[in-house]
Design a protein around this ligand. Structure first.
Ligand SMILES: Nc1ncnc2c1ncn2[C@@H]1O[C@H](COP(=O)(O)OP(=O)(O)OP(=O)(O)O)[C@@H](O)[C@H]1O
Ligand SMILES: [Mg+2]
Length: 254
């Protein structure tokens, strides 16, 4: 992204963003409520055009090609994404339909290979036993895992996770973080961009971070350099102290 800005209702909710994510990197996106994190993810995930500046996703300049040509190569797990899928949808179909970039199973036919891959992904993410359940019957944690399996169905080059651990209990969160770390250690796995509010949720495999506040970049680069007391205190407008423990993080008041 070069000079990327997004204007909504006469206000620049994102501006002056210069950002590059390379293959093999695992990024975290930090910043307070309303900082522009999800907006940034919509552009990075080729779901939205910037109002100004230039953005390229996986080598495609946004605007030069139809977004639907890029989206299958970007797995995207946002809170809003799943809301368009009917609750009555069978879990395995929710995952399998991602191959066609469509929501809801309606007259499409699926190869046995697609169904096996969908079940395989659900199993990898610990929810194989839920394949025949209806989407609406899942807990928040189960739902998140199903959405990750769905996002990986197209074997994307990049995976975007917008608050993947929100609402999970501490053990479920730790299981999810462990699974994300396992995926990051797989050299054939996608590069990842993960939005989070809680520093405890940052996987130890995260390599880089971008810290936003009021639509602007406060700091970006190597995770260790970005999570400084000065930069997080400025971004969140409160005196904060970051503590590292075995590659994981927590933040307390300074
Ligand atoms: N369509 C819109 N019209 C007006 N304002 C908008 C619109 N979309 C987003 N915004 C505003 O832009 C700002 C950034 O929103 P965004 O969802 O990107 O923040 P965020 O960092 O993801 O916040 P959170 O941590 O609460 O999820 C917010 O103040 C939001 O109200
Ligand atoms: Mg958000």
């Amino acid at each position: 992204m070069r000079g990327v800005g997004v204007i909504r209702a006469g206000r620049w909710i994102l501006d002056g963003i210069n950002w590059e994510v390379d293959a093999g990197e695992h990024w975290v996106v930090l910043g307070p409520n309303g900082a522009g994190k999800s907006t940034l993810m919509s552009i990075a995930g080729a779901r939205m055009f910037p109002s100004r500046g230039e953005a390229a996703v996986l080598g495609h300049e946004l605007g030069a090609v139809h977004l639907s040509e890029i989206t299958p190569a970007v797995g995207y797990v946002g809170a809003a994404e799943g809301e368009h899928i009917p609750d009555s949808e069978r879990v395995v179909d929710v995952v399998a339909t991602a191959v066609h970039g469509i929501r809801g199973r309606w007259r499409e036919t699926y190869d046995r290979v697609d169904m096996e891959r969908a079940v395989g992904l659900l199993t990898t993410w610990g929810v194989g036993g839920l394949a025949d359940r209806h989407l609406g019957s899942l807990s928040d944690g189960e739902w998140k895992r199903v959405m990750i399996a769905r996002a990986l169905m197209t074997d994307p080059e990049m995976l975007i996770l917008d608050e993947p651990a929100a609402g999970l209990d501490v053990a479920a969160r730790e299981h999810l973080v462990a699974d994300l770390e396992r995926m990051a250690r797989d050299e054939h796995g996608p590069c990842t961009i993960t939005v989070t509010h809680h520093f405890e949720e940052i996987p130890s495999t995260a390599s880089h971070a971008i810290l936003l506040s009021a639509g602007h970049t406060i700091a970006q680069g190597r995770l260790r350099d970005v999570i400084s007391d000065a930069s997080i205190s400025m971004a969140y407008g409160s005196a904060l102290h970051a503590v590292e423990y075995g590659g994981r993080w927590m933040v307390v008041r300074a």
